[in-house]
Design a protein around this ligand. Structure first.
Ligand SMILES: [Zn+2]
Ligand SMILES: [Zn+2]
Length: 332
């Protein structure tokens, strides 16, 4: 009996240790989990009880007849990209919270009922602030194709639209719209426990249509070789959408997350004409304070003499036309 009790205690202890390790790995490695931890422990606890800030006005018809390239920032990594007649939505998250604690600070920049038909929806990786099946449910009928990184299919419920897994450098093409998965530095698991086998499910994307090229970075740290190579294979990128947060703790997170300075560096290595920052001030970002990411970005722009045409900061809910019709694609 004594032997059995010992064995039972041993098994329980092992389960507990595994549980703690899983949770610690979840908290320390996920971009969302870091936010959640800081949110739960730090001074942002009160935000759990606040409603997201309402926008004074939201665009109800995002299709811009005069635009060849426009982007509406919905918040975080969610952007609605228009290239001529094609509509692409990235990392759609429209929920009020992600995870248990991370509450949205600002409402989504567009009501999902006003989304247009979407030629492609891109999901960069499996983290809960990037893949949200609840959000996909809100506008399932508008989605024509969902693109995800290799190995991510197991986290996607059954839907009526086409779901395409892409390996790095693999492309998908339909009616002239071409999407290519490109390498980034991040991680591919969703729950922590799945880290051991979810080694491939994170990516950036290159979107090409009618000679316009957009880079979507999703969530990435800095790795020079990846961005140089992407720039070499896709010369003439018109716009790079790049994360600029969380900034802290930098010594830990630089491999997984870019700060504003690294985002500028990446944009330059990609050879992109313009950079538009994303992934900040929508959900609590680790230890960052609200406004810190854009203030740091502006300071860096000043240091490097970059103009607001080269680094374009827009508000959640704002739509920016980058290239107008009849305007030839020219260098700045
Ligand atoms: Zn993220
Ligand atoms: Zn992430």
């Amino acid at each position: 009996m004594g032997h059995l009790r010992f064995k039972k205690r041993y098994v329980m202890k092992t389960i507990l240790i595994i549980f703690v390790i899983c949770h610690l790995s979840f908290f320390f490695y996920s971009c969302t989990a870091i936010k959640s931890t800081a949110n739960a422990v730090g001074g942002s606890v009160s935000s759990l009880f606040n409603s997201p800030r309402k926008l004074t006005e939201r665009i109800t018809d995002p299709y811009r007849l005069e635009a060849r390239l426009s982007v509406l920032w919905v918040g975080h990594a969610t952007t609605l990209i228009q290239i001529d007649d094609k509509m692409i939505l990235t990392d759609p998250v429209f929920t009020t919270t992600v995870g248990q604690f991370s509450k949205r600070l600002v409402e989504p920049g567009i009501d999902p009922k006003n989304l247009p038909d979407l030629d492609a929806v891109l999901v960069s990786h499996m983290h809960i602030d990037h893949l949200s099946p609840t959000s996909l449910d809100m506008f399932e009928k508008k989605i024509k194709n969902l693109l995800i990184p290799q190995g991510g299919l197991i986290y996607i419920p059954n839907y009526n639209f086409d779901i395409i897994e892409l390996q790095t450098w693999q492309s998908w093409e339909k009616d002239g719209l071409k999407i290519t998965a490109v390498p980034v530095s991040h991680n591919g698991w969703r729950y922590g426990l799945d880290e051991a086998w979810m080694e491939t499910s994170y990516t950036g994307y290159i979107i090409e249509y009618n000679q316009i090229i957009v880079y979507f970075g999703g969530d990435t740290g800095y790795d020079s070789t990846y961005f140089h190579e992407t720039g070499r294979r896709f010369p003439g990128i018109d716009l790079a959408l790049l994360p600029i947060a969380p900034i802290h703790p930098r010594e830990y997170s630089w491999k997984r997350h870019t700060d504003p300075k690294a985002a500028i560096q990446i944009s330059q290595e990609l050879g992109a004409e313009r950079l538009m920052p994303i992934h900040y001030d929508t959900f609590p970002e680790s230890l960052d304070t609200l406004g810190e990411a854009t203030a740091t970005l502006r300071a860096e722009m000043e240091k490097q003499y970059l103009t607001s045409d080269q680094v374009v900061i827009i508000d959640i809910g704002e739509q920016k036309v980058f290239i107008y019709r009849k305007e030839e694609k020219t260098s700045l």
